[in-house]
Design a protein around this ligand. Structure first.
Ligand code: ADP
Ligand code: ZN
Length: 655
């Protein structure tokens, strides 16, 4: 057979290899160009990854057509996809699919966009002396080629520093990517950034695909630009990046849980910056232990900004022991008299109050008064929650049924256990009949959410109750008091990161209280007042992260190791158990890689499927990269050989 000159392509699929195609007569393509191809009986838009591949004797098809109407993918984009695929153990095609989620019809794409440079903005930013010192240290870190970690309490003025550095990058002719965990309605970040740098483009998960395309086209047109976006903005066709900012770098929203690639935007931002030769600044009031560790080991430069810009200290922390209050008859429902007194005082002064309760619903679970059993979802191993309106809801699979107050097994009476956001909202409305009380959680529709945020900002709501949604954003100066109900729930999770996360959430929430120069107050209601996480909040010492790190080292957890989590799901338990044991023996188990499990996760059945896990703890040594490759190869081959597709997920650095 004659030698043919072929191309290779990346398909938007979970496919381990890049298939070969030939070109019809007279057609030529370049690497990065998009082409239409048939694969396994379906048509796809693929990306050309190699041109002029020589292959003898393989039987290949012609491509259908060169998708000339679609923009080409740059070399840097493909470099990032490969880096992400390698690190997060997935296929390049899955990253392509995440980067280009919808292959749209070509835009009416006819007047070419003129390249245009972003104007750095002329509204002056005058940094305070501590901010200037921090900025200088960050520049120095950049000069040494190091990522800077800006550690500064909420309100210390980190955003103004980011904007100063962004302007500097733009003035040098380089572009800027500013990442935030989410663009919540309550966050005024968008307006603030636009006010200082008017040409900024925003790109987050709720912008339309057409808008995302326009941003991408503007970037491709050339000239300097700045994008403010959430994690998916990493996969825009970036050019000439000079600075990547990762605000609230500890935030778990940076991690994509599903589908693959299960990437963390913080690590991916560093990969992207490396490709472009860009600087990176990470910022947080409560950095992740990973970043603290990287600062301690000299990989990052830690820059601190300890004071609030407008003066005033951190909010005072008051811990209320619900056990002892109950004994003293100091509780009304789920709210202590101490807390309601503080709420009254705040309301009397015309201040607003935020109340955090980490569980939505009216009652998170129900117990039978006769047989003692907890009412569970028929398809998941989790309690059903009772929602206002009299229905039971599973928060894992969405299963909904009507509540009739009787135990399905013995007919006994069901007793609600605990209080979710809806019940707290009711209790507060009853306690403060003259106050306007509202609620924000995942049960609130987008339109209602918008209205609530607007009403809160306008001062038309006095008390806002919600899940973690109320801890993010809400930088409204009339909030003086923030309170957490049943804070223990944040700790009671079987997860080695639970305490770290609880501390971060509480510290962030604390930052929501207080006017400019006046300190606010954080009230924590808990049955465990002596818990080190709560204690740390009341002390000025910064000992908790040291303690956390010491524990992690002792037990061999990240950041001292890297975890690769394998999760198995199957409706047939016997098959699942066989598969997991079969794979376990094939995985490398040695000094660099310890295999833990199989074990059942806290929720071991979801939507009718059993869930089991294996956890691989990898030493951060020279063998790490090759061990990861070996694991990926072993798992992929196992899935193929056993025809077990769709049952196993791989998660690198799970949260
Ligand atoms: P952070 O991002 O650390 O939470 P911000 O940047 O939001 O802090 O600053 C807190 C408040 O102080 C904001 O209202 C901001 O406008 C103001 N501020 C911070 N730095 C300056 C500055 N250099 N000039 C004027 N106002 C500033
Ligand atoms: Zn369920």
């Amino acid at each position: 057979m004659a030698e043919k000159v072929l191309i290779q392509v990346i398909l938007p699929l979970h496919l381990e290899w890049e298939p070969y195609y030939s070109l019809p007569d007279g057609v030529s393509v370049e690497a990065g160009q998009r082409v239409k191809v048939m694969f396994a009986g379906r048509e796809y838009v693929a990306v050309v990854s190699a041109v002029g591949v020589k292959a003898e004797g393989i039987n290949v098809k012609d491509i259908i057509s060169a998708g000339d109407e679609l923009p080409s993918i740059s070399e840097n984009e493909i470099k990032l996809w490969r880096a992400v695929a390698e690190y997060y153990m997935c296929t390049v095609g899955e990253v392509y699919k995440a980067a280009y989620p919808s292959i749209l019809r070509p835009l009416k794409r006819k007047r070419a966009i003129e390249p245009e440079d972003l104007a750095p903005g002329d509204e002056p930013i005058v940094l305070s002396a501590p901010q200037e010192a921090a900025a200088a240290k960050i520049r120095e870190s950049f000069a040494g080629g190091k990522t800077a970690l800006l550690r500064g309490v909420t309100g210390s003025g980190k955003t103004e520093i980011y904007l100063t550095l962004a302007r500097e990058a733009v003035s040098r002719g380089r572009s800027v990517l500013f990442l935030v965990p989410e663009i919540a309605l309550s966050r005024q970040i968008e307006q603030r950034v636009l006010q200082k740098i008017p040409g900024v483009m925003t790109c987050h998960s709720s912008v339309s695909p057409a808008r995302r395309r326009r941003v991408a086209d503007r970037i491709r047109a050339g000239g300097t630009y700045m994008v403010l976006g959430t994690r998916s903005a990493l996969f825009l066709p970036h050019r000439n990046l000079g600075l990547v900012i990762v605000d609230e770098e500890h935030d778990t929203s940076y991690k994509q849980e599903s589908p693959s690639p299960r990437y963390n935007a913080r690590e991916t931002a560093i990969m992207l910056a490396r490709i472009h030769g860009a600087n990176v600044v990470l910022g947080s009031a409560t950095p992740s232990l990973e970043s603290i560790y990287n600062s301690k080991t000299g990989i990052f430069t830690e820059v601190t900004l300890p004071q609030r810009y407008h003066g005033g200290g951190d909010s005072n922390v008051v811990i209320i022991d619900t056990g002892s209050e109950r004994r003293k008859r100091g509780m009304v429902g789920h709210i202590s008299l101490q807390l309601s007194g503080r709420i009254s005082a705040a309301l009397k002064d015309g201040a607003q109050v935020l109340v955090l309760r980490s569980r939505r619903s009216w009652a998170p679970s129900l117990q039978c008064a006769e047989c003692g059993s907890i009412l569970k979802c028929p398809r998941c191993n989790v309690p059903l929650s009772l929602h206002r309106g009299g229905h039971l809801v599973c928060h894992y699979c969405g299963h909904t049924s009507v509540y009739d107050a009787h135990c399905p097994s013995c007919g006994g009476e069901l007793i609600p256990l605990g209080a979710g956001t809806q019940r707290i909202e009711e209790e507060l409305a009853e306690m403060f009949p003259n106050a306007r009380v509202a609620r924000l959680d995942a049960d609130v529709s987008d339109a209602e959410e918008k209205a609530v945020v607007q009403d809160f900002a306008a001062g038309n709501i006095d008390i806002l109750v919600g899940t973690q949604m109320v801890t993010k954003g809400f930088d409204f100066s009339a909030v003086r008091l923030v309170a957490v109900i049943q804070a223990d729930n944040m700790l009671a999770v079987q997860d080695f990161r639970a305490d770290e996360r609880a501390y971060q959430v509480l510290q962030q929430f604390r930052g929501r209280a207080g006017r400019r120069a006046e300190a606010g107050e954080l009230v924590i209601q808990t049955a465990e007042p002596e818990h080190p996480v709560f204690r740390e909040l009341t002390s000025s010492a910064d000992s908790l992260s040291e303690e956390f790190l010491a524990q992690r080292r002792l037990f061999g957890y990240p950041p001292y190791t890297r975890i690769v989590a394998l999760t198995f799901r199957d409706s047939n338990l016997q098959r699942l158990e066989n598969m997991i044991l079969e794979l376990r023996v094939r995985l490398p188990g040695n000094a660099s890689c310890a295999v833990v499990g199989p074990y059942s996760p806290a929720v071991d059945m979801v939507a009718g499927e059993y869930v089991r896990c294996l956890r691989l703890m990898l030493r951060r040594d020279k063998a790490l990269v090759s061990t990861k490759k070996l694991i990926y190869k072993t798992v992929s081959e196992f899935i193929k050989q056993m025809k077990y597709t769709g049952h196993i997920t791989i998660d690198v650095d799970p949260l």
